[in-house]
Design a protein around this ligand. Structure first.
Ligand code: NAD
Length: 253
């Protein structure tokens, strides 16, 4: 896909990786529809996209809410006339151990609410937005691209029952959609980043950051721009579909 004038929807486009993707795609000539919960962050990202000389609009919506997702995608279609791409990037963490035990007694359990809240955003949100984007693409005969954000945690990670399950599910949906939607000319890919430098990792204790950096063959954390670069690769490479790109600096666990 040549990104010039293509309309790309990014969920969680208010900050972090979503913001970096928006600016990078704007530099390639794309138009951005940014979806998030936080209006102030959305306004800031729209400004950055406009500074890069591209067009952007924002939409406040919760990706877990079916009606909000449906009406947001209808609004985007009305505003831009077409949807060429979707990046399912909105995601949350609510880490905790499955159980905590002391002296052979279980003292704490991960609550169903803690599990479900992450599944709702990271998995059901991806399902809802992917479904709506694919519907619009098929109805307008658009050979679009859908990118789902997974994580290296998809293989399992201590303290992340909910997050790991959601990110494994995202990869399973990616493969399924690539097969189902290929007949319409729609490609679907996933990205599984390692630890990327964000406000969250900047706030970590130096010794914790140090430990994470040493776990990578490249000896440092990833940069948001490096994930945005991977997004661009998936959009532009017409032979790419149904696979997950692991971009983790050679993490050894
Ligand atoms: P972030 O927390 O900085 O940004 C996520 C954005 O999603 C926020 O702007 C938030 O408001 C929005 N969001 C959260 N819940 C939402 C909802 N229900 N509806 C709409 N928007 C919602 O996160 P990030 O670090 O930029 O990560 C982006 C994606 O990449 C996530 O899916 C995350 O799991 C994945 N990821 C990140 C890393 C990393 O190191 N940063 C590593 C692996 C995977």
């Amino acid at each position: 896909m040549n990104l010039t004038d293509k309309v790309i929807v990014i969920t969680g486009g208010g900050q972090g990786l979503g913001r970096a993707m928006a600016v990078s795609l704007a530099n390639s000539g794309a138009k951005l529809a940014l979806v998030d919960l936080n209006e102030q962050l959305l306004e800031e990202t729209v400004q950055l996209v406009q500074d890069a000389g591209a067009m952007a609009k924002y939409y406040i919506a919760n990706v877990t809410n079916e009606q909000e997702v449906e009406s947001t995608f209808n609004h985007i279609k009305n505003d831009f006339k077409v949807i060429d791409g979707l990046i399912n990037n909105a995601g949350i963490l609510r880490d905790g151990m499955l159980i905590k035990a002391k002296d052979g007694q279980v003292v704490k359990k991960m609550s169903l609410e803690q599990f479900q809240s992450v599944i709702d955003v990271n998995l059901s949100g991806v399902f809802l937005c992917g479904r709506e984007a694919a519907s619009h693409m098929v109805e307008s005969g658009t050979k679009g691209v859908i990118i789902n954000m997974s994580s290296i945690a998809r293989g399992g990670n201590i303290g992340q029952t909910n997050y790991a399950a959601s990110k494994a599910g995202v990869v399973a949906m990616t493969t399924t959609w690539a097969r189902e939607l290929g007949r319409f000319g729609i490609r679907v890919g996933a990205i599984a980043p390692g630890v990327i430098r964000t406000a969250m990792t900047d706030a970590m204790k130096p010794e914790m950051r140090d430990r994470l950096e040493k776990m990578k063959a490249v000896g440092r954390l990833g940069e948001a721009d490096e994930i945005a670069h991977t997004v661009k690769y998936i959009f532009e490479n017409e032979f790419f579909t149904g696979r997950v790109v692991e971009i983790d600096g050679g993490l050894s666990m």
